[in-house]
Design a protein around this ligand. Structure first.
Ligand code: NDP
Ligand code: OXD
Length: 307
C-alpha cells in the first residue's frame, strides 16, 4: 500500500517526514522513485500526466491543491476517485491574500502608489467600509472563508454560486440568471471559481461592463478565466479602476505581456495560497480512513461538474 507523491520535491520532503511520523505503515515515495509500480495504491500529485493510466493497482488520486483543473481527467480511469485538497493551510493563505488586496483597493493604495511615483501629496477622502460592496464569485471552501473575514471590516458582502447558499450577513445569488444583478451591485469583484467549461473566459467585457464604473477585480481563481485583452480595455476605458491578479494565462506570464505595463494592475506569481504539508498529510490520512471505511472522502470531486 505505497503512496506516490508527484509535486514540488521540497515540500515532498516535508510530506515524507509527516507521513513517517503518523503512518509509518504506508511507504511514501517521491516521483520519479516509483519502486514497484504494482505496490502503488495512492497517488498525490499536482500534474500526474498519464501516471494514473500506468499504475495497475491505483485506488485513489489526490490533487495536492484545492483545484483539479490541472489534472487531465481523461488520463485518470473513470473508476478512480479524484479528491481535491481540503485543509486549513490553503484557506488561511487565501484569506490573507484577498483581505490585503481588498484593503489595498479600499484604501486607494493603487492611486497613492502612482502619486508616490509622481511625488504628489494629495489625500483622498476616506470611504466607510459599509459603503464598499464586495462580491465573491464562488461560495466554496475559499469564497466563504474570505467572506467571513471581510464581513468583520463591515463591507457590504455578496456572493455568487451555482446552487443557492445561505450565509449570514451575505447576499447570496445563484445561477447564471442572477449574475448580472450580482455584478451590478459589486464594487470589488473577487474570483474564487474553479476552472470549468462554464467559467473559462467568464471575466471578460460583458462582466466588466455590468460592474459599476470604477470597480476593481481581485482574480485568484485560474488564469484562463480571464480575458486579459478585455481587462486591459476595461482599465483603459476607465470602466475598471484596478486589478490584482494572482493567476494568469499562461503562467509564468511572459515578460513582454501587456498586463505587466498596466499602471493599475498588480501581479503576483500564483502565490495567493498553498497547501501546508503538515495539515495536508492529516487531510489525506483522514481521507484514506474514510476510503477504507467505504465512505465518501472530503473533497471527492464530481467528474461531471468538473470540480
Ligand atoms: P470549491 O469547489 O469549494 O467551491 C467552488 C465554488 O464555485 C462553489 O460555490 C460552486 O458553486 C461555484 N461554482 C462552480 N462553478 C460555477 C458556475 N459555473 N457558476 C457559478 N458558481 C460556480 O472550491 P474552493 O473554494 O476550494 O476553490 C476555488 C478555486 O480557487 C479553486 O478551484 C482554484 O482554482 C482556486 N485556487 C487558487 C489558489 C491560488 O493560490 N491562486 C489556491 C487555491 C485555490 P456550488 O457551491 O453551487 O457548487
Ligand atoms: C490550488 C492552487 O489549487 O495552489 O491549491 O492553486
Amino acid at each position: 500500500m505505497t503512496l506516490l507523491y508527484k509535486a514540488d520535491p521540497v515540500r515532498g520532503a516535508l510530506w515524507a517526514e509527516r507521513f513517517a511520523q503518523l503512518a509509518p505503515q504506508i511507504p511514501f515515495r517521491v516521483w520519479p522513485d516509483l519502486g514497484d509500480p504494482a505496490a502503488i495504491r495512492y497517488l498525490v500529485a499536482w500534474q500526474p500526466g498519464d501516471l494514473a493510466l500506468t499504475l495497475p493497482n491505483l485506488d485513489v488520486v489526490f490533487s495536492v491543491g484545492a483545484g483539479v483543473d490541472q489534472l487531465d481527467l481523461s488520463q485518470i480511469p473513470a473508476h478512480l476517485p479524484v479528491v481535491r485538497m481540503i485543509e486549513p493551510g490553503i484557506v488561511d493563505g487565501m484569506v490573507e491574500y484577498v483581505t490585503e488586496a481588498v484593503l489595498a483597493i479600499h484604501r486607494d493604495l493603487f492611486d497613492y502608489a502612482l502619486q508616490q511615483q509622481a511625488r504628489v501629496w494629495q489625500p483622498k477622502p476616506l470611504r466607510a467600509a459599509a459603503s464598499r460592496r464586495i462580491g465573491v464569485l464562488g461560495l466554496g471552501m475559499l469564497g466563504t472563508a474570505v467572506l467571513d473575514h471581510l464581513q468583520l471590516f463591515g463591507f457590504a458582502c455578496a456572493g455568487w454560486s451555482r446552487s443557492q447558499h445561505r450565509i449570514e450577513g451575505v447576499d447570496c445569488y445563484a445561477g447564471d440568471e442572477s449574475l448580472d444583478a450580482f455584478l451590478a451591485r459589486t464594487d470589488v469583484l473577487i474570483c474564487l471559481l474553479p476552472l470549468t467549461d462554464a467559467t473559462r473566459r467568464l471575466l471578460g467585457r460583458r462582466v466588466f461592463d455590468t460592474l459599476p464604473r470604477g470597480a476593481s477585480l481581485v482574480h485568484v481563481g485560474r488564469g484562463p478565466q480571464l480575458d486579459s485583452a478585455g481587462l486591459i480595455d476595461a482599465l483603459e476605458r476607465g470602466q475598471l479602476h484596478s486589478a490584482v491578479l494572482d493567476v494568469t494565462d499562461p503562467e509564468p506570464l511572459p515578460a513582454d505581456h501587456p498586463l505587466w505595463a498596466q499602471p493599475r494592475v498588480r501581479i503576483t506569481p500564483h502565490i495567493a495560497s498553498a497547501t501546508r504539508p503538515e495539515s495536508a498529510v492529516d487531510a489525506v490520512l483522514e481521507n484514506l480512513r474514510l476510503f477504507h471505511a467505504g465512505e465518501r472522502m472530503n473533497g471527492q470531486i464530481d467528474r461531471t461538474r468538473g470540480y
